[in-house]
Write a protein that binds this ligand. Structure first.
Ligand code: ADP
Ligand code: GLC
Length: 498
């Protein structure tokens, strides 16, 4: 066993970073990408001593290297559990897993069963994660390690600030990062006795939300600082249009709320070095991207035609992503000569079925893969010409950023993080080196189609198009800047607590 505190070096702020999903151990969306990449960027920074923590799903237990037990926790909600520590595959970042097999090792999804129903014990599973995180952060697990900061992500970790607020004596400061307010962790009050919360927690100034238990509201109320994943989303969520009912609670905490734009892992998402795509390419040799397009056309059953504009979509098939609007537009799109559409997605059954019917209706021009597969996403973003990414709301939106990195020009709705990441043609000139995509304002089919038509028109002007691609590919989307912002936040908070 490694000696502790080899890690506890004076003057470094100690952070316990907790998430329900961390790439590559478990992933259902961008949350995992961020929670995989940000801690790595912080660890490289040298001034942050970071330990990441997540549930011991089968996939995580199988993938973590050098796994060993560091604690037994007999009294967690849901029964006894163990804390295991090991290193992330491909790095020396240490990760702690909560091993509670009856909660986290089961066939099905992370939050839902194979029929799409939420696990009935979700409240208990993530209450267990919160209690375990509190033990570790308070210094009751590793002999020489206690956290200065606990960084919580989304509702699954919302009870951590609630529990820490109930601790007597010195406690770590907490940050709650809001990746998506659509998921709030709402449960009926009858679950309360099983969550082991401090007395009085079920109140307006606590986890109570219109008679229910809300993990996210508890986190928002008790965390010392709140962050969200883009500057624009930070301003949107204090309004009724985007607050998802939490705008009042958020507005009260406005002075403690900051928007920090997500970065991307530039090693994992790099067309010059991506083992999963047909051929490497970069901004300097963009011609090679045509080989990736040809590969998609061939493998996905589209007509192999270098000149046909290939529109791609890769996202959860949900209302958030305006997947319904894109489906509605399929007949119109197929009327535009030679346009091809390739869809990758998983989600609502009616949308899956709706898209799945298209390859038969438009052979060679529509391709659809229903499923969630990492390498398909890379291949599609490498092979596409244009990414269509509608959004009714979008906290950050990593997929359009990945698209820009791969020279696939995004069309996005001007909302949330998409406003911050995609610089629109029209707002600034293409030649100035800034414009990197197209935006539309309204969350409707007319607006989306209009933007698609504008993009198709630009696609017909090869010089402008090349410039647009290069503008997106060469922009800095790395974690360097955002990680430095998080580090400063940690340091300010830790100083505050001292
Ligand atoms: P969100 O987190 O709201 O789903 P993001 O765009 O921030 O949206 O992140 C989505 C992540 O999930 C990206 O890494 C994207 O490549 C991935 N993804 C989405 N749908 C699929 C899919 N069907 N197959 C593989 N990866 C997917
Ligand atoms: C959420 C949001 C997405 C964001 C991701 C990572 O799932 O829907 O916009 O990019 O989290 O922060």
């Amino acid at each position: 066993m490694k000696p502790y505190p080899a890690r506890a070096i004076a003057n470094r702020v100690r952070v316990l970073f907790v998430s329900s999903e961390i790439y590559p151990l478990a992933k259902t969306g961008g949350l995992a990408d961020v929670c995989g990449a940000l801690p790595l960027a912080l660890a490289h920074d040298g001034d942050v001593d970071i330990l990441v923590m997540m549930p011991g799903y089968d996939s995580a237990i199988a993938a973590v290297d050098d796994l060993r037990e560091i604690a037994r926790l007999p009294n967690l909600p849901g029964g006894p559990g163990r804390l295991l520590i090991g290193t992330m595959p491909g790095s020396d970042l240490e990760v702690v897993l909560l091993d509670q097999p009856n909660s986290f090792q089961r066939p099905g999804g992370l939050y839902i069963d194979d029929d799409g129903r939420e696990w009935a014990d979700n409240a208990i599973r993530f209450a267990a994660l919160a209690h375990a995180a509190v033990e570790l952060s308070m210094g009751r697990v590793l002999p020489n390690w206690r956290a200065d900061i606990v960084h919580c992500n989304d509702w699954h970790t919302g009870l951590i600030p609630v529990l820490l607020a109930g601790q007597s004596g010195r406690r770590p400061r907490t940050i709650m990062t809001l990746h998506n307010l659509a998921f709030q962790g709402l449960f009926p009050p009858c679950m309360l006795p099983q969550l082991d919360l401090p007395p009085g927690s079920f109140s307006v100034d606590g986890v109570e939300y219109f008679g229910q238990i809300s993990f996210l509201k508890g986190g928002i109320h008790f965390a010392d600082k709140l962050t969200t994943v883009s500057p624009t989303y930070a301003t949107e969520i204090v309004t009724p249009e985007f607050g998802m009912g939490l705008e009042g609670v958020l507005a009260r905490r406005r002075n403690d709320l900051v928007g920090i734009m997500n970065g991307i892992d530039e090693t994992l998402w790099n067309p010059a070095n991506d083992q999963t795509i047909a051929h490497p390419y970069s901004a300097a040799d963009l011609d090679q991207k045509a080989l990736c397009k040809a590969a998609i056309q061939q493998e996905w059953g589209l007509t192999v035609d270098p000149a046909a504009p290939l529109l791609v979509f890769a996202a959860r098939l949900e209302s958030q992503k305006m997947a319904d609007t894109l489906l509605e537009l399929m007949p119109e799109l197929m009327e535009r000569s030679s346009v091809q559409v390739a869809i990758l997605g998983k989600g609502a059954a009616h949308l899956q079925d709706g898209f799945a019917a298209w390859p038969a209706r438009a052979p060679g021009r529509a391709a659809v893969r229903i499923g969630y597969q990492e390498d398909w996403a890379h291949q599609l973003l490498a092979g596409g010409d244009i990414l269509v990414h509608g959004a009714r709301f979008e906290p950050c939106g990593l997929t359009p950023i990945y698209a820009m990195r791969y020279g696939t020009v995004p069309i996005v709705r001007a909302v949330g993080g998409l406003r911050d990441s995609v610089t629109a043609v029209g707002a600034v000139p293409i030649a100035g080196g800034k414009a990197s995509g197209f935006q539309f304002d309204q969350a409707d089919a007319v607006s989306m189609l209009d933007a698609i038509d504008t993009a198709l028109e630009f696609y017909g002007r090869p010089d402008s198009w090349r410039q647009l691609q290069r503008n997106g590919m060469t922009r800095d989307f790395s974690w360097r800047g955002p990680a430095a912002q998080y580090r400063r936040l940690y340091e300010d908070l830790a100083l505050d607590a001292a």
